[in-house]
Every structure is written in structure tokens, then in C-alpha cells.
Design a protein around this ligand. Structure first.
Ligand SMILES: [Zn+2]
Length: 262
């Protein structure tokens, strides 16, 4: 372990060290929720004092984060054939971080990789003041004609902020560097860009612990802000290209040492 609590080496078995990053996502544009599309921002009613909030499910953010991480990895010429969902290689830094199932992967290997990147629902920092479902004519995807069905639309107003926590299990400096770099490159959410606003992503701070103790739920206003978080810059993380290349080498060595890769 280094002096800040990050691990020196990766391992297959869990060690029980967690770095948790408190993240703020801020919408620059209005974001539209269409009720008859796969929903990417929802609302949820918590007990007071939070009450009704917009929420973004973690799987949406994880999906975006993994795609960005893969693009970056390809730019460094590492396992360029690794693709979501059915063509995962199970031997690259992104598979190591985000997990993969051996049987369904392209590699047809016998092992699975549990995700080391863990997350939770992101919660808006302000209450949903008025939900105004509007009814619009839906456009038929095939014929591009309107009036096929009615749909309701809910808008997340621009400048709405969300808080969430992203956790990295058993982090080395290289793993943390890759995660931080790609988190900060989330500038748009969702696959169908038309429906989604641009976002700004800020890492407010981090905490290293032997368990997952930080959750946005405890710190969305009017609850108290999280105290005692470290600044990412203080971690002195290695640059992202070096991090991908070193993690690629160390993961492959680990697989070879365990006779999982020739
Ligand atoms: Zn892969």
C-alpha cells in the first residue's frame, strides 16, 4: 500500500480497499424523458427532507463510462477488438475494471471478472418542483409519420445537478487514473443524444476506506455536505496512457500466473 492508501499491485481476490469518489453531474441543457423510451432519468420519492427527486440509474452512467473507457483504450492500441456486449476479451484493462462473463465473451474462457467499478443511483440536489407531463404525437420510427401514439414528456431543467458516488475496489494508482480520466470525460449522457443534454462532470473529492461508507443519499441538500474528502490532485496519479499500458501488462501477467492465459 502506498502512503495514501492505494494498493501497489492488482490481485484476483478482493483485498477490501475502496476508493470512493463523490461526483457532481450538472446538466447544461434541458434533458427530456420520454415515457415510452428506455428511461434514463427517472424520478423517485424519498422520505423527507429529500422528497421527490430526479434520479439517474447507475447502469446508465456505468454504460457510458465503459464506452468512453473502451474508446480511450483503443486509442492506445490495446485489445482493439474488445467490444460490448458479446465480444469482450476478458484480458484488457477495461474488462478488468468493469467486469465480464467468460462464457459470453469472445474469448470463451472459463473465468468471470467481477466489476471493480461500483456505483449507485445519482440523485438531484434539488426537488422536482413540478412534473409537467406533456402529451405529444410520437414519431413512428419506421415511417417517420406522427400520430401513431401519444407519449408524455418530462423535462429535467438545465443546470439541474446530481450527486452520486462511484467506488473503485482494490485500487492501484493506475486503476484510479483510468477511472478519473474517463469520469471527467462524461460530457453527454445516454445513447440517443437528441434526447439528452450535455453535462459537466466534476469529482468533488475522494475517500479511501475498508468499506463502502460514502453515499450521495447522506449528502444531497438539505443534508450536510460530505466532510473530510481528499482532493484527487493530491493523489499524484500517473498519466492515463501509462496507466492503461501498465495495467494491461500487469493484468496479463496475473492471468498467466494463474494459468488463465497462455
Ligand atoms: Zn476487454
Amino acid at each position: 500500500m502506498n502512503n495514501l492508501g492505494l494498493l501497489n499491485d492488482i490481485s484476483l481476490l478482493p483485498v477490501g480497499v475502496y476508493i470512493q469518489l463523490l461526483i457532481r453531474l450538472k446538466f447544461i441543457d434541458d434533458a427530456i424523458i420520454r415515457s415510452n423510451e428506455p428511461e434514463e432519468v427517472l424520478t423517485y420519492t424519498y422520505s423527507p427532507p429529500l422528497n421527490s427527486r430526479f434520479i439517474i440509474p447507475w447502469r446508465k452512467i456505468k454504460g457510458k463510462l465503459r464506452r468512453l473507457s473502451l474508446e480511450k483504450q483503443r486509442s492506445f492500441d490495446i485489445e482493439k477488438d474488445c467490444h460490448l456486449k458479446d465480444n469482450l476479451c476478458l484480458r484488457c484493462p477495461v474488462c478488468f475494471l468493469f467486469g465480464a462473463t467468460g462464457e459470453t465473451g469472445a474469448a470463451k474462457v472459463s473465468y468471470n471478472i467481477l466489476s471493480r467499478v461500483l456505483g449507485e443511483t445519482f440523485i438531484s440536489t434539488t426537488e422536482v418542483s413540478e412534473l409537467m407531463p406533456q402529451t405529444q404525437n410520437a414519431i413512428d420510427e419506421k415511417t417517420q409519420t406522427t400520430g401513431q401514439a401519444l407519449m408524455s414528456i418530462v423535462t429535467v431543467p438545465k443546470e439541474t445537478e446530481f450527486l452520486g458516488v462511484v467506488t473503485l475496489r482494490d485500487p492501484t494508482p493506475e486503476m484510479a487514473s483510468i477511472l478519473v480520466d474517463n469520469l471527467e470525460r462524461i460530457t453527454r449522457l445516454g445513447a440517443s443524444t437528441r434526447e439528452w443534454g450535455r453535462v459537466e462532470t466534476t469529482i468533488i473529492g475522494y475517500r479511501i476506506s475498508d468499506r463502502e461508507e460514502l453515499t450521495a443519499y447522506d449528502h444531497v441538500p438539505p443534508k450536510k455536505p460530505a466532510q473530510g474528502l481528499g482532493k484527487i490532485s493530491e493523489l499524484g496519479l500517473p498519466d492515463v496512457e501509462t496507466s492503461y499500458k501498465n495495467l494491461d501488462l500487469s493484468f496479463k501477467s496475473l492471468l498467466k500466473a494463474n494459468k488463465l492465459l497462455k
